[in-house]
Design a protein. Structure first.
Length: 161
């Protein structure tokens, strides 16, 4: 499952068909910021966002510090039991290690001898938060961005731009 972060933020409850997705990546077009695992990746991603407000998630804080540019980030939810990870014997820890070694994410320190640098167009997670200061505000602004994007696409399709 691959979707823009702004669309992920609009889904507050994990869809049943996503319950088995136990690996996740947060990325842009050029670099992977973070690879993680959890019994339910959807819930863990939300936990990163909630924990960011309390200073307990570096990748979550990175998202909040790069508002609204982060809305263009991509979230990938994967299943360690899929054919994609047969070479890793479909074992969650080994699949996560494989993804970290493959992508060298910026914020994974364990299992990652050379983390990718944060691209220069983004602020590090140590700067003040730029996003709305509550998860509800975050969701509200993401909804407005998605709505604006759909309107722009419709206008282009109708030749009104």
């Amino acid at each position: 499952m691959i979707l823009p972060l702004k669309e992920f933020l609009l889904i507050e409850t994990c869809p049943p068909e996503w319950k088995d997705l136990d690996l996740y990546l947060i990325r842009d077009d050029q670099v992977v910021f973070y690879v993680g695992q959890s019994y339910t990746a959807f819930d863990r991603l939300w936990q990163h966002i909630y924990d960011a407000y309390k200073g307990r998630s570096t990748v979550g804080r990175f998202i909040l510090c790069n508002w609204p540019a982060c809305l263009q980030f991509t979230v990938e939810l994967l299943c360690s039991q899929s054919n994609l990870f047969n070479a890793q014997a479909n074992q969650l820890d080994i699949a996560e290690r494989h993804l970290i070694e493959q992508h060298t994410p910026c914020f994974n320190r364990a299992l990652n001898s050379q983390p990718s640098p944060i691209p220069s167009q983004y602020d590090p997670p140590q700067v003040p938060i730029k996003s709305p200061h509550t998860p509800k505000g975050l969701i509200r602004e993401a909804r407005l961005h998605v709505k604006a994007r759909k309107r722009k696409a419709w206008m282009a399709e109708e030749g009104l731009e």
